[in-house]
Write a protein that binds this ligand. Structure first.
Ligand SMILES: O=C(O)c1ccc[n+]([C@@H]2O[C@H](COP(=O)([O-])O)[C@@H](O)[C@H]2O)c1
Ligand SMILES: Cc1cc2nc[nH]c2cc1C
Length: 338
C-alpha cells in the first residue's frame, strides 16, 4: 500500500518518521576528514554529502536515480481575482511541460533529472476556500495518495514542484493557518499581481481563515480546507519519501507551504528535506526560517515548477562528486595538517 487511504493512516505515518542512518553519516563524516583538503573547506558541500549518506544508508551517496515530479492542480479561489493569469494557464502549461518547452524541461535536462508531470483533475478545480473547504476528505486523501505513488524506494533523490494558477494564495493561507502571524505576513505578488492585488489576496485569506476558524488545525484538515490538489500531492510525496528514506529537494514558496502543516504536527518532517532555493516570493524566506531550513541558492527566481530545486540539483551533484571522487591524504601522499 503506497497511498494514504484513511486520515488515520496519514496521521500515523506523520507521527512515526524514520531517522537517518547514523553509521552511514559517521562513515561519510570520517571520509570527509580524510579527503585532500583542509577540514571543513568544502563548507556546505560537506554537510550535503553527509545528509545524503544518512538518508541513502551508504557512506558514499549516489545521484543516479533522481526524479523531478511536477504536480498540477486548479483552484476555485481564482474566482476571487487573486492571480495575474487566468486559471486556463494551468492546463496550457501542462501541455507545455509535456511537449518539453517549459523552464523545468530545460532545467531538468541540464541537471540530469527524470521529469514526470502529474496533472490532477484539472477540469475539476477545488472549491473556492473563501466560501467552503477546498476539498472533501476523500479528495484530499486521493491527492495525498497520488503524490505518494510518485515516490519509489531506491530513488537517490526526489525534486518536488507544482503548477497551479492561484496557488500562491492557497500557500499563504496554509502558512497562516500553520504558523499564525496573519495573512499579510505570508502574502505576495505570486505571478505578479500589483499592490491592490496583494491586498485583495490578503482579504480573501483573512475571510477564509475566519470561515474555517473552528476546524481542526491538524495537517490533514489544514491541507483539506485551504490547500489544493497539487499541494496535497506534494505533501503526500514528502511523507512517502520519508517512509522510504528518499531525500527531498524542495522548490519555492508553494512547494515549501505543502510542508508547513506537516511541520506543525511533527517538526521532524523537515529532516529529510533540503531547501533548493529561496524564492523572491516574500513569504518564502519567513517560511524557510519557520521550517528551520537554509536554502542552497537565492537567485531571485519565483517561477515554481520545481525550477529552483532543479538548479540546486547541480550543487548536490557537485557535493556528491567531490565526496565520492576525491583522493584521501593517504592515497595522494599529501601531508595532513594538525
Ligand atoms: O515557487 C515560487 O516561489 C512561486 C512564486 C510565485 C509564483 N509561482 C508560480 O505561479 C503560480 C502561482 O501564482 P499565482 O499568482 O497564480 O497565485 C503557480 O503556478 C506557481 O508555480 C511560484
Ligand atoms: C506562464 C506561467 C508559467 C508558470 N510556471 C509555474 N507557474 C506559472 C505561471 C505562469 C503564468
Amino acid at each position: 500500500m503506497t497511498g494514504f487511504s484513511t486520515i488515520a493512516a496519514f496521521e500515523a505515518a506523520l507521527a512515526d518518521l524514520p531517522a537517518p542512518d547514523q553509521q552511514a553519516q559517521a562513515a561519510a563524516r570520517d571520509r570527509q576528514a580524510q579527503l585532500t583538503k583542509p577540514a571543513g573547506s568544502l563548507g556546505r558541500l560537506e554537510e550535503i554529502a553527509i545528509f545524503f549518506a544518512g538518508w541513502q544508508n551508504r557512506g558514499r551517496p549516489t545521484m543516479q536515480k533522481a526524479r523531478a515530479v511536477v504536480f498540477a492542480g486548479n483552484h476555485g479561489v481564482t474566482a476571487q481575482g487573486v492571480s495575474a493569469f487566468p486559471a486556463s494557464v494551468t492546463a496550457q502549461m501542462v501541455g507545455n511541460f509535456e511537449r518539453g518547452g517549459a523552464a523545468i524541461n530545460a532545467l531538468t535536462r541540464a541537471a540530469g533529472l527524470d521529469l514526470r508531470v502529474v496533472p490532477i483533475d484539472l477540469d475539476r478545480p477545488t472549491q473556492d476556500f473563501s466560501i467552503a473547504p477546498a476539498m472533501s476528505a476523500d479528495e484530499c486523501l486521493t491527492a495525498l495518495s497520488i503524490g505518494a505513488a510518485q515516490v519509489d524506494a531506491g530513488l537517490d533523490m526526489i525534486v518536488l514542484g507544482e503548477m497551479g494558477i492561484g496557488n500562491s494564495t492557497a500557500a499563504a493561507a496554509l502558512c497562516a493557518r500553520s504558523f499564525g502571524e496573519g495573512a499579510a505576513a505570508w502574502t505576495g505578488p505570486g505571478t505578479g499581481v500589483d499592490d491592490a492585488g496583494v491586498r485583495r489576496k490578503i482579504d480573501v485569506i483573512d475571510r477564509a481563515l475566519a470561515l474555517h476558524r473552528a476546524a481542526s488545525r491538524s495537517a490533514f484538515e489544514t491541507l483539506r480546507h485551504v490547500g489544493g490538489r497539487e499541494i496535497a500531492a506534494m505533501a503526500g510525496a514528502m511523507l512517502r519519501a520519508r517512509q522510504l528514506r528518499v531525500p527531498v529537494l524542495l522548490d519555492g514558496f508553494i512547494c515549501c507551504a505543502a510542508l508547513a502543516p506537516l511541520a506543525r504536527d511533527n517538526p521532524a518532517i523537515t529532516d529529510h528535506c533540503l531547501a533548493g532555493h529561496c524564492s523572491a516570493e516574500p513569504g518564502h524566506a519567513r517560511l524557510l526560517d519557520r521550517l528551520g531550513l537554509d536554502p542552497l541558492l537565492s537567485l531571485n527566481m519565483r517561477l515554481g515548477e520545481g525550477s529552483g530545486a532543479a538548479v540546486a540539483t547541480n550543487i548536490v551533484r557537485s557535493a556528491l562528486a567531490a565526496h565520492a571522487e576525491m583522493a584521501t591524504f593517504a592515497e595522494a601522499s599529501v601531508s595532513e595538517g594538525q
